[in-house]
Design a protein around this ligand. Structure first.
Ligand code: PYC
Length: 403
């Protein structure tokens, strides 16, 4: 059974070599994408991707797959726009059906303040070539007939930021596609291979100690959402990150009834219907930091209370599965990518509740950063150093998830 990729003890590559040009820590979507772009765009194939668990068993498997570029800051919008552009060609490029499905993304507004933020986002988006517009409640209802816009609820819908390119995709397919195409080009993926120590000599990262022996590395990158602070600590530096559980669930599958992606940051809910008919739902981050992926009744109760007001038909549906991921939250709700204080050591972290949608752009730009040993222009605003210079990229108003 261990010869089958679906066995959790399966190893993609049987032997570890003693040296690689690049070691990627973390075989989630991001780590695999970095390895793929190193090989595909830069011809760097002496690369291994290590993971203490199994392929894409962390936040790649646990997120609710929302893809969008309707951010608030110009830096964020430019970055996520490039990701959406890459997503659109990814099924062809990786020769696997990602089930990329453009549904239209609605950020509901229930207060005048939320309508104002929606207008702000719409203007920044349009200025940078991203399709977003503010619509009123009647238009929300016209585009999404199943939603309840009556006044007879605690927080009536006043309008929404409507972002037509908003999409969902099949998360496993993303990881499998990047892994398959990276492996085809010579990259090795070693699951069940945990990193216990980062080897540093004279301020330079030179290798890793794993449960399967020591590996020397020309360059090392960490892409370990949920464990970023712990791995960075092994490399000798601290991150301004708090790790907080984020929970989600799916309903039993039903025939297509909801074509749109509906989000309310104020009510702490988001929902879309997957290709197999399940309602995919999530809420706010838990109210405390914790390294845990357990589920709680609390989450389900508060999620459903609001969900039933927005979509009364949900009262007929049973919850099928419930789970959690660990979100590495940064103070400004933006990611951390690029160079670190340790030479030859790179970071892909701080993905809080917004990482899945960035998989392609982060993979492509991090590969460029590693090859050039320079922060690419698009990643400059997201450098770790911004917390020293207080040059933050405040995205809280566009995070989708209540906090
Ligand atoms: O960033 O769009 C998002 C999102 C939705 C749910 C969690 N994150």
């Amino acid at each position: 059974a261990k010869e089958h990729p679906e066995d959790p003890h399966f190893r993609w590559a049987p032997e570890l070599k003693s040296t690689y040009d690049v070691v990627v820590i973390g075989a989630g979507g991001h780590g695999l994408a970095i390895a793929y772009y190193l090989a595909a765009r830069h011809g760097i194939t002496n690369v291994c991707v290590l993971d203490k668990g199994w392929l894409a068993g962390g936040n790649t498997a646990r997120n609710t797959t929302i893809i969008r570029a309707n951010y608030l800051t110009p830096e964020g919008v430019k970055f996520y726009k490039e990701s959406v552009d890459l997503w659109r060609g990814l099924s062809n490029q990786l020769d696997i059906n990602m089930m990329y499905s453009e549904r239209g993304h609605f950020t509901l507004a229930h207060t005048d303040a939320a309508m104002r933020t929606a207008r702000w986002r719409a203007e920044v988006n349009k200025h940078l070539g991203v399709k977003s517009e503010v619509i009123d409640a009647d238009e929300v209802k016209r585009l999404c007939p199943t939603i309840n816009i009556s006044d007879d609820v605690r927080y009536p819908v006043l309008g929404a930021l409507y972002h037509p390119p908003g999409a969902i995709a099949r998360h496993d397919a993303v990881a499998w596609g990047y892994a398959k195409e990276a492996i085809k080009r010579g990259v090795e993926v070693h699951t069940q291979t945990g990193v216990n120590k980062i080897l540093i000599e004279n301020g330079r990262a030179v290798g890793v100690e794993t449960n399967r022996g020591t590996i020397r590395a020309g360059k090392i990158v960490q892409a370990v959402a949920g464990s970023s602070s712990e791995v960075a600590r092994m490399a000798g530096f601290l991150l301004p990150i708090r790790t907080i559980p984020l929970q989600a669930c799916v309903s039993e599958p039903v025939k297509p009834i909801l074509d749109q992606i509906i989000v309310s940051g104020s009510l702490h809910v988001y929902i879309s219907q997957s290709a197999r008919g399940e309602m995919v739902m999530g809420g706010a981050t838990d109210p405390y930091g914790l390294y845990s992926t357990r589920s709680t009744l609390d989450f389900k109760e508060s999620l459903m209370a609001h969900m039933l007001e927005l979509f009364p038909f949900m009262g007929e549906l049973k919850v099928l599965r419930q789970w959690a991921g660990m979100a590495d939250m940064t103070p400004d709700f933006s990611p951390v990518m690029g160079l670190t204080p340790v030479q030859n050591y790179y970071i892909d972290a701080g993905w809080g509740t917004w990482g899945f949608k960035a998989t392609p752009v982060c993979g492509a730009r991090m590969a460029e950063c590693i090859v050039d040993d320079r922060q690419p222009e698009l990643l400059k605003p997201f450098a770790l150093d911004r917390f020293r210079t207080f040059d933050l990229v405040g995205e809280k108003g566009a995070a989708s998830v209540g906090h």
